[in-house]
Design a protein around this ligand. Structure first.
Ligand code: HBI
Length: 99
């Protein structure tokens, strides 16, 4: 199913609902960095996100070193930020440990 890129107004509106994420204009996506107690906690979180991603058929671009996980969400099929990114970001926030 083709998914469309959000226009600037919609993008700004959804970003207000995702205060833990920031828009990267170059990457045309939203970023969040999380830190965990150790590598095992970080990787366990990544495993849970992987299950969410598979269920959504929408996948993060991410980087992990030790206890840090850096996530970028962008929609390759749309060439930018789409509703799929927003929904996955909200699902990630729901399972991420609170500060
Ligand atoms: N994940 N981030 C991202 N962007 C996509 O365009 C994308 C994806 N996962 C799966 C996928 N596209 C396609 O395989 C399905 O939309 C068919």
């Amino acid at each position: 199913m083709q998914v469309s890129r959000l226009d600037e107004a919609d993008r700004n509106a959804v970003l207000e609902q995702l205060p833990l994420w920031s828009y990267d204009a170059d990457a045309k996506g939203i970023r969040r960095t999380l830190r965990f107690a150790d590598f095992a906690e970080a990787f366990g979180f990544m495993a849970r996100v992987a299950i969410l991603a598979e269920k959504a058929d929408h996948h993060p671009e991410w980087f992990n070193v030790y206890n840090r996980v850096e996530i970028l969400l962008t929609t390759h099929d749309a060439g930018g930020l789409s509703r799929r990114d927003v929904d996955l970001a909200a699902a990630i926030d729901a399972i991420a440990p609170t500060a």
